[in-house]
Design a protein around this ligand. Structure first.
Ligand SMILES: Nc1ncnc2c1ncn2[C@@H]1O[C@H](COP(=O)(O)OP(=O)(O)OP(=O)(O)O)[C@@H](O)[C@H]1O
Ligand SMILES: [Mg+2]
Length: 280
């Protein structure tokens, strides 16, 4: 049973909207993430064992690992939502949980849209939580609806949106927080294969236009390699890095061409082999 989490995920979603000063480049904020010797436990259950990682500003780091290995716990710890038992976690120069929380926008595994709020009000939530007035927050978030393929759906309730649209609203909410680090926890896990590919291509475009430091957790090696600059393959619990690789560059602008390129296929095979070994 999940008993040790300090805040329910819904509360975390609200908490992460707070206190978001601008960091670095105002238009495209980014911050370095640096982790040394991280350990984490839930009671006596060891989830993370001596984890080291570096992610420079404006880079995308993919984190691929077997089910239950501790990926969500890792992201929550980086974002200041879990206490490490040992080690240092530094985000944009901040070592304390509050400072990390102020720099990280966490997009949880489930989209966590509030069912009684429209798509526009859901996407404006992070701004509202920063103290922005309703009208201004709706205007700022609303300006991105067209680019996010959501124009015309501003008033729709989450139940009236497709899975891909819900994910886009959740991502929009994460992005408009203005925070330099986006921690995305399996953003497309709930989508069918075709929508998932479309969303991957869409996210690659969104990040090219609006670069941030991104920590992307996924089960899917191809997704990680397509969207990331670097990919770390994680072990089964307790989590540690078993392999690390740079994603092949430059990538073809077309997703299907990019993932069938021989250099991409070779790295994907290596990552898949490492992941199989990690899953045991
Ligand atoms: N709040 C909690 N209290 C106790 N144990 C927990 C808690 N949250 C997670 N766990 C356990 O910690 C381990 C890691 O969980 P976590 O959710 O971080 O893994 P994950 O890699 O994100 O899993 P998934 O692939 O299913 O998303 C699992 O064994 C899980 O059962
Ligand atoms: Mg998880």
């Amino acid at each position: 049973m999940r008993q040790d989490t300090k805040m329910p995920t819904e509360a975390k979603e609200f908490a992460i909207g707070n206190a978001s000063p601008a960091f670095g480049d105002l238009a495209h904020p980014g911050a370095a993430v640096s982790i040394r010797g991280l350990r984490h436990f839930y009671g006596s259950l060891e989830t993370i064992e001596g984890f080291d990682m570096e992610c420079p500003p404006h880079r995308v780091l993919g984190l691929v690992g077997p089910s239950g290995c501790g990926k969500t716990t890792l992201l929550e710890t980086i974002c200041g939502l879990q206490e490490p038992a040992a080690g240092n976690v530094e985000v944009g120069g901040a070592l304390d949980p509050r400072g990390r929380l102020a720099r990280c926008a966490f997009m949880p595994q489930r989209d966590m849209l509030l069912p009684w709020l429209s798509a526009l009000d859901n996407s404006a939530l992070a701004l509202r939580n920063r103290g922005t007035g309703r009208k201004k927050a709706r205007k700022e978030a609303g300006q991105l609806f067209e680019r996010f393929g959501l124009a015309g759906f501003e008033r729709a309730l989450p139940a009236e949106l497709s899975g891909g649209m819900r994910q886009r609203v959740a991502f929009l909410r994460t992005l408009v927080s203005g925070k330099p680090v986006l921690a995305l926890d399996e953003p497309f896990a709930s989508l069918d294969a075709i929508t998932r590919s479309e969303m991957q291509a869409w996210l690659a475009g969104a990040l090219a236009t609006d670069p941030r430091t991104v920590l992307l957790v996924t089960h899917d090696v191809e997704e990680a390699l397509y969207l990331s600059d670097e990919v770390a393959v994680l072990s089964a619990r307790p989590l540690r890095v078993v392999d690390k690789m740079s994603a092949p560059t430059p990538r073809a602008p077309d997703r299907d061409a990019a993932v069938t390129d021989p250099s991409f296929v070779a790295v994907r095979e290596r990552a898949t082999t490492s992941l199989r070994g990690a899953a045991g």
